[in-house]
Design a protein. Structure first.
Length: 469
């Protein structure tokens, strides 16, 4: 049978789709493109915003037009939160929630035998166990692979539906994560991206057994009590120890979970990229409090400042919501100003989307679509300026770049720097999927142009933090 996948939303969804592809391939299915004729269409959905829901429904209908006789399975967050709505879309055959994805092959085989719409959903407060999807062996990208390390969230930000879609916090075992990392490195992947629903909560649940305490010694004899390793640092430390020419990137960390001191503890691991996605959501202290974010703009700026002390070119990307209920022009100006003050390298701008069941949905002062659209446009323009300013600050520096592809039209290699800048440079196509030191020379397209520096030295030795002399 031919099977096609359409994935919406986050890196976790992309990882879970890959795990499903491998599971179906092992059962003899042929994977085809999402717009190709298939016997089965799987839509791995997102429900972060109303737009996500709409996109999910649109593709469901599109798949059925390609093959009206196909089996259509709707899985993931939209299916979990709105199962009846998903079930009632014309042409849907199977609905499976976030903790039921892994059983999809069995559900499809049962549908073939029995026919009739099948709905497999557990209540969100029953989602308490980590669903083992096995160890993935590949990714669509030839250079970068995602590793899912954690599931669920218990922070209950007032605007966010995700705790109801993903359930409680549960973490994947250290051994499984390290085994997957080893396998992906052996397959030639050069960048491992640790990702989860709230990656900063890795290992934070009370009964997680993989916490370790490291005893540190000075001069090999006088043993001192060291810091207890906990959270995502446990994984970073273990993966950092692995052999191979690769780097580690953390998908996202939440400043309502980690602070500046914790973030700086991670900086000692040499394979960890000098880039973090730190979700801001608002630059207004009043709005942050209403969002239940439990930090201030000052806390956020302190965190960024500490990271830049380590590397002046440290890349910080973020998310900002505009139009939260009751957001005033002053609140919005605070969000605009922090983008420039923090020197952010990229901002994902989201218009507030009312999610039924969240605390914010019941708040007063919901703003009009016109106000949200205007503020979104303004912040998008500021984000583009901030990205350009960040790139300019890096001109004249040398960064370690993972070259990913060769563009025949321009004759340039394209890749990502360690601090998350898109880099273009001249070179042979054979350099793809390798690390190279590049001097950044000028702004170009959505990033910078650079010149390859033929040196095998690590980035610190080629002066990545200072201007080239």
């Amino acid at each position: 049978m031919k099977i096609a996948f359409h994935t919406l939303g986050c890196k976790v969804n992309q990882y879970e789709t890959q795990a499903l592809k491998e599971k179906f391939q092992n059962r003899g299915y042929e994977i085809v493109g999402e717009d190709d004729f298939a016997d089965v269409y799987v839509i791995n959905t997102c429900t972060v915003t109303g737009l996500s829901d709409r996109k999910s429904r649109q593709y469901i209908r599109r798949a059925k037009k390609i093959n009206p006789d196909s089996i259509t399975a709707v899985i993931g967050c939209y299916a979990q939160v709105s199962p009846e709505e998903a079930k009632n879309i014309a042409g849907v055959n199977i609905v499976a929630g976030t903790n039921e994805k892994n059983k999809l092959p069995e559900y499809i085989e049962a549908y073939v035998r029995e026919n009739g719409v099948a709905c497999h959903i557990r209540e969100w407060d029953e989602l308490t166990e980590y669903e083992d999807t096995g160890i993935i062996t590949s990714m669509d990208s030839r250079t970068r692979a995602f590793i899912k390390v954690q599931e669920g969230c218990n922070r209950f930000c007032s605007y966010c539906i995700i705790p109801f879609a993903r359930g409680s916090v549960r973490s994947r075992s250290v051994d499984d994560v390290v085994a997957e990392a080893k396998n992906l490195i052996s397959q030639g992947f050069k960048e491992l991206v640790l990702t989860g629903i709230n990656t900063a909560l890795y290992g934070m649940e009370k009964d997680f057994s993989d916490l370790v305490t490291e005893k540190k010694s000075e001069n090999g004899d006088n043993k001192k009590e060291g810091e207890e390793l906990y959270g995502i640092e446990v994984l970073v430390k273990e993966i950092n120890r692995l052999n191979g020419d690769f780097r580690i990137r953390i998908g996202s960390l939440e400043p309502n979970v980690i602070d500046a001191d914790y973030a700086c503890r991670l900086l000692k691991y040499e394979k960890l990229c000098p880039h973090l996605h730190l979700s801001l959501q608002s630059g207004s202290n009043r709005v942050l409090k209403e969002m239940n974010r439990s930090y201030t703009r000052e806390d956020y700026l302190k965190l960024v400042e500490r990271l830049r002390e380590h590397d002046t070119g440290f890349g910080v990307t973020t998310d900002v919501i505009v139009g939260f209920p009751g957001e005033t022009e002053k609140d919005f100006e605070d969000s605009c100003s922090i983008v420039e003050t923090a020197g952010l390298s990229k901002v994902h701008v989201f218009k507030y989307s009312k999610r039924e069941g969240t605390k914010a949905a019941q708040m007063k002062g919901h703003l009009s679509p016109e106000v949200k659209a205007r503020r979104s446009d303004v912040l998008h323009r500021l984000s583009e300026k901030a990205a350009e300013a960040f790139c300019k600050r890096n001109i004249g520096t040398v960064r370690r770049v993972l070259l990913e592809q060769y563009d025949e039209a321009t004759g340039l290699l394209e890749g990502l720097s360690d601090n998350y800048i898109k880099v273009y440079c001249s070179g042979e196509e054979s350099l793809c999927n390798s690390f190279i030191n590049v001097e950044l020379t000028e702004l170009y397209r959505d990033g910078v142009k650079g010149v390859i520096i033929h040196s095998s030295s690590p980035p610190s030795a080629v002066n990545s933090n200072e201007k080239v002399r």
